[in-house]
Design a protein around this ligand. Structure first.
Ligand SMILES: CCCCCCCCCC(=O)SCCNC(=O)CCNC(=O)[C@H](O)C(C)(C)COP(=O)(O)OP(=O)(O)OC[C@H]1O[C@@H](n2cnc3c(N)ncnc32)[C@H](O)[C@@H]1OP(=O)(O)O
Length: 214
């Protein structure tokens, strides 16, 4: 077993021992949604410096309240009431991670991979009016990895190649899909794309996932 794999196994076990229950997940999901609204408000606010300082002091007090009972690790995942795996604190799909949009994945039946429909706000802006290319890469890596996992051949991202075909707009519904193209021993090759409302791909990706030895 590699050093990285041993660390992941140990940390996964620690998170499973301290998994949040459904009531806590529901409350923290609501909390994360309010923090996303706060992030948008901070990015757009035009209040004067004294008001910004006053709000910052109130937020510091709220942060102290949350920190009063602190988990050693973020929760990794949990089985939802609907029987589906929820990536609770994942930075792409985690409903209780405020930095996740979140992009909620669906499994496409009959080996069709995974897909997601989502809208990105201008909090994720790179060039004016368009999504940051690194954010697109983050979302695609998640979909690609999930498609490999759903295929029964999970792994670590070893290579990730992106082709930015046209700018990805924010504030409009986007679709992303990923599907395994080939498995070769411990290597799984996956293709994915983000598509705009006009049905044209904005970003295409190909990745290779390697199941760590052992
Ligand atoms: C439901 C859950 C959904 C979750 C979705 C999550 C998506 C997010 C995924 C990630 O973000 S993962 C984090 C980013 N990736 C990493 O941090 C990976 C860091 N690298 C590693 O951990 C190891 O290098 C790796 C596991 C990829 C490979 O280590 P191994 O020791 O198992 O590989 P090994 O050296 O035995 O090579 C096995 C084969 O893969 C090939 N290979 C390995 N790494 C490669 C690489 N980077 N590029 C090209 N080929 C590579 C290698 O040449 C060889 O090919 P051959 O069998 O043909 O000889």
């Amino acid at each position: 077993m590699s050093g990285a794999e041993a660390v992941m196994r140990r940390d996964f076990a620690a998170r499973e021992r301290h998994a949040p229950d459904e009531a806590q997940v529901a409350a923290l999901t609501g909390l994360a949604a309010r923090v996303r609204e706060l992030t948008e408000a901070v990015v757009h606010t035009d209040v004067d410096p004294a008001e910004a300082d006053a709000v910052a002091a109130e937020i510091a007090a709220l942060t102290a309240r949350l920190t009063a009972a602190r988990r050693e690790h973020p929760p990794v995942a949990a089985l939802g009431a609907d029987g589906r795996l929820r990536h609770l604190a994942n930075p792409v799909s985690g409903e209780l991670n405020p930095i996740a949009p979140p992009v909620l994945l669906e499994i496409v039946p009959d080996g069709g991979g995974v897909r997601a429909e989502f809208t990105l706000s201008d909090v994720y802006e790179g060039p004016p009016s368009f999504v940051h290319g690194g954010v697109s890469a983050l979302i695609l890596d998640q979909l690609l990895g999930a498609a490999a996992a759903v295929n029964g051949t999970p792994g670590m991202t070893a290579t990730l190649e992106l082709r930015y075909r046209r700018p990805t707009p924010h504030g409009v519904p986007l679709t992303a899909e990923a599907k395994v193209s080939r498995v070769d021993g411990r290597k799984t090759y996956v293709d994915a794309a983000i598509t705009g409302p006009d049905g044209k791909a904005t970003v295409q990706a190909t990745a290779m996932f390697v199941m760590p030895q052992g």
